[in-house]
Design a protein. Sequence first.
Length: 261
Amino acid sequence: MANVNSTPHTEIEDPKLDVFVWRIDAPIVRNTEAHAHAKGQLLSLESGLAIVETAAGSWVLPPQRCGWIPPGCSHGLRSCGNITGWSVYLTPDLCGSLPEHPMVLSTSALLQQIVLRLSAWSDKPPAHASRQHLLSVLLDEIESLEEQPLHLPMPSDPRLKRLVEQMSLHPDEDRTLEAWARWVGMSQRSLLRNFQGETGMSIGQWQHHLRMLVALEKLSNGSSVTETCFAVGYNSVSAFIKAFKRIVGMTPLEYRRRSVV
C-alpha cells in the first residue's frame, strides 16, 4: 500500500504502508528534536533549506537535491526560510540496497516524476505488477543518484570539538594552522593528523565547507549575496560566487531566488 497525507505522523510508522509520500505544498517552518523513524526517508525541497543534524555531523539540504536518512537513524531537522517539497518513507525491506548512512544526493527529473506518481496512489491504486515495477525503478533511481559535498562531519576528540565549535561561531575568522594548534594545545602535526583522521578532511577543507553551509543558511534567511560573502570570511564577492557554485552547483543569486519564498 501507499499513501499521501498532509499530517503523516501516524502513517509514517504504519508498517502496512511500505511506501508513504508526504508533500509540503504550503510553505512551513520546521524544527524537530532528535528522533528516528523505522522507515527510510528520502526528502527533497522545492524552496527553503533544511539542516539535518546527527551525532556524526550535519547535512545541509538546499532545493534541487535529495536528503537520505536510513531507517533507525536518530536525527533532528531545522529549516531556514519557508520550506516546500516532499518526503518519501520506505519500509526497511525496501532499503537494503540504499546507503547505510545519511547523505545529500543529486536528484533527477525521473525521480521527481516517480514521486508524483506515488502521490496519486492513494486515490487510484495501481495493479500489483505495475506497482512493483515502479517501486523497482524508484529504488534503482535512488541508487544512481550522486552524493553531494554538503556534509559537515563532527570530530569526537574534545579538543577538536572545541576547535570546530569556535569555527562555527566565527566562520569569518581566519587563523593560521600554527595559531589553531596553539589555541587547542596540540602540535601542528598532531592537529593535522587527528583532524584528518576523525573527519576525513583537512582543517582548511572543513572550514571551507562550513562557510558554504553557513552561506546557504544566510541566503535562505534573506541575506544578500554581498552581506553573506563578507559574513563567511570572503574578501572578494567574485571568489565567493566561484567557490559557492563549485559546491552547490549554482550561483548564490540563483540559489537565493529558488530558496526564498
